[in-house]
Design a protein around this ligand. Sequence first.
Ligand SMILES: [Ca+2]
Ligand SMILES: [Ca+2]
Ligand SMILES: [Ca+2]
Ligand SMILES: [Ca+2]
Length: 297
Amino acid sequence: MPLGCRGYQLLKVYSPKGGVNMVTSYFDVGSAPAYHPYSNSIYLDDYYTDDVYTFSVDQTSSINLNLHNITANDDADLELYEDTNNNGVLDDTDQYLAGSWNGGNSDDSINYQVTAGNYLAQVYHYDLGSDGWLNYDLDLSATPIFPFPANDPAQAPNLLPREVEVGHIALGSLDSETITQFGWVGHDDNDFYTDSNTADTYHFSASGSNDGVDISVDLTGLSSDADIRLIQDHNWNQIVDPGEVIASSTFGGSSSESFSTYVDNFDLASYDHFVQVYQYYGNTNYDLNMTFESVIG
Ligand SMILES: [Ca+2]
Ligand SMILES: [Ca+2]
Ligand SMILES: [Ca+2]
Ligand SMILES: [Ca+2]
């Protein structure tokens, strides 16, 4: 059943004849936290059509948004705006920055670089399913990004949307399997001014017929500085909590990145695993190779 407490509400449309109300609810996040991220768990239906999260960012940061745990057979979507007129309300004049409209109940996510200012994240329903409502979770964080403030070191985006589902890698005793992905972080070729994608996350599961699996990851073809890390999400909350990064590679410049680590079958089966590629500085295309090899631990 629907759960959650609502923020203050703004009546969008009132139709006396049809008797249909449509309401936008507002949630005041305040200053967007780096860690622990802000989270809200709530529902949408024909009456509560969309939720707007208002927040401020204090310094140049990556805004990270993860719309997840959408109920089965439903679809909610996500958009990010700058509150251009600084009134805490999503108006037609506010500047659209980014959107995510994945189908079904797939996660929707945004990692977008901004300067200090006021911003709005909107979650709205696209498909409520036959029961007329949907549940969702929204996580929100702002992690400092280049140029980093003097006393605030770089922090990788710390949300783990299932952006790319690699699937399950099942390995026989002598098996090795390599997954290759291509992507970019920073800005794309059509937008030279905005770093509109600061991170990509790849979700996988794996099992080996021996004790466990060697996981080797390399990132090549870089023209600027991107880094990689392997996250073992111990509490399945799709947030990078302390102790959950089990391997990483963070060379400077356009150096390639690589790491290799052993994960036993128990940990593979018990936890959620993600490889994250994230921007340190500049924009770059990348080739990501993930090799899985069944080994005796
Ligand atoms: Ca506004
Ligand atoms: Ca969606
Ligand atoms: Ca976690
Ligand atoms: Ca690097």
